[in-house]
Design a protein around this ligand. Structure first.
Ligand code: SPV
Ligand code: MG
Length: 294
């Protein structure tokens, strides 16, 4: 029998393959299972949604080891490769080194780091956020790549030049520098409501390295156009958390107003479904194997 494919290799294949790949956001063990159950082949461990699910802001309020703890639950809950939103790398090159080593230890397949400063601010807040110095950020990339303990670990470098209003030339200049520093892929981010600047960037970038995009703001663009533009990977960045907020809000309001469960019972997941999702059947089987017979 051949060796099972590692999760590191699985993510690398998604990102490097010529066909368009998709990563679904998850923020805890349960949402990771739901992404896997839906058929996704990889997970985006979003900084925004992990923070929000802890009741925190996307400003590095959760420490990097608290994020690591969440990632461990997510990794244990699924067989899927996880690309972690590593924000800015939580500091300088040295923090990135330690982050990458710990991610490899926990079987987390890749990390994305963005060219901003710690503590980061979410890209959709404010204008003209300061960017990291180009050479300093290249040092973070090199340090991360030099620290991976699995050959197939993926480091994605995220370019914030378009988001922070520095223009196309600066975005291309930075992407090229990050590629040369050793990044395995470039995440080109945009907060415009159309994908125009993404297509311009992709056309000029060509096939120098795989491109990853996050169409949260330009959501109406048909996926087929991204495929035609040669995009490698689309991240659906926050939609499990957002849908759960909507559902939880409706349920909480209904139970509060009705002082009764009658009108929600038919529309919420069953308790049995929870047992199934977390694998109670396996525990029952193990009990038969390991507990003394009654
Ligand atoms: C995240 O999901 O945390 C991201 C994507 O970094 S975005 O919120 O679009 O910056
Ligand atoms: Mg983020």
């Amino acid at each position: 029998a051949g060796q099972a494919q590692t999760r590191f290799f699985a993510l690398r294949r998604e990102i490097e393959s010529s066909s368009l790949s998709f990563l679904m956001e998850a923020h805890d063990g349960l949402s990771a299972k739901i992404a896997e159950e839906a058929g996704f082949r990889g997970i985006w461990a979003s900084g925004l949604t992990i923070s929000a699910s802890l009741g925190l802001r996307d400003s590095n309020e959760a420490s990097w080891t608290q994020v690591l703890d969440v990632l461990e639950y997510m990794s244990d809950a699924t067989t899927l490769p996880i690309l972690v939103d590593g924000d800015t790398g939580y500091g300088n090159f040295n923090n990135v080194r330690r982050l990458v080593r710990k991610l490899c230890e926990r079987n987390i397949a890749g990390v994305c780091i963005e060219d901003k400063l710690f503590p980061k601010t979410n890209s959709f807040i404010g204008e003209a956020q300061p960017l990291a110095d180009l050479d300093e950020f290249c040092g973070r990339i090199k340090a991360g790549k030099d620290s991976q303990t699995d050959l197939d670990f993926t480091l994605v470098a995220r370019v914030e030049a378009l988001v922070s209003g520095r223009g196309m030339e600066e975005a291309l200049r930075r992407a090229e520098a990050y590629h040369r520093a050793g990044a395995d892929a470039i995440l080109i981010h945009s907060k415009q409501s159309t994908a125009e600047e993404i297509f311009t960037f992709a056309g000029r970038w060509g096939d120098r390295a795989p491109l990853v995009i996050v169409p949260t703001m330009y959501y109406a663009t048909p996926t087929e156009l991204f495929r035609q533009a040669g995009i490698s990977t689309i991240i659906w960045a926050n939609h499990l958390l957002r849908s759960s907020i909507t559902a939880m809000r409706e349920t909480a309001a209904r139970i509060h107003d009705d002082q009764s469960l009658v009108r929600v019972e038919g529309s919420v997941a069953t308790v049995k479904d929870i047992f199934r999702l977390v694998g109670n059947a396996e525990l029952e089987e193990a009990e038969r194997r390991y507990l003394p017979a009654k």
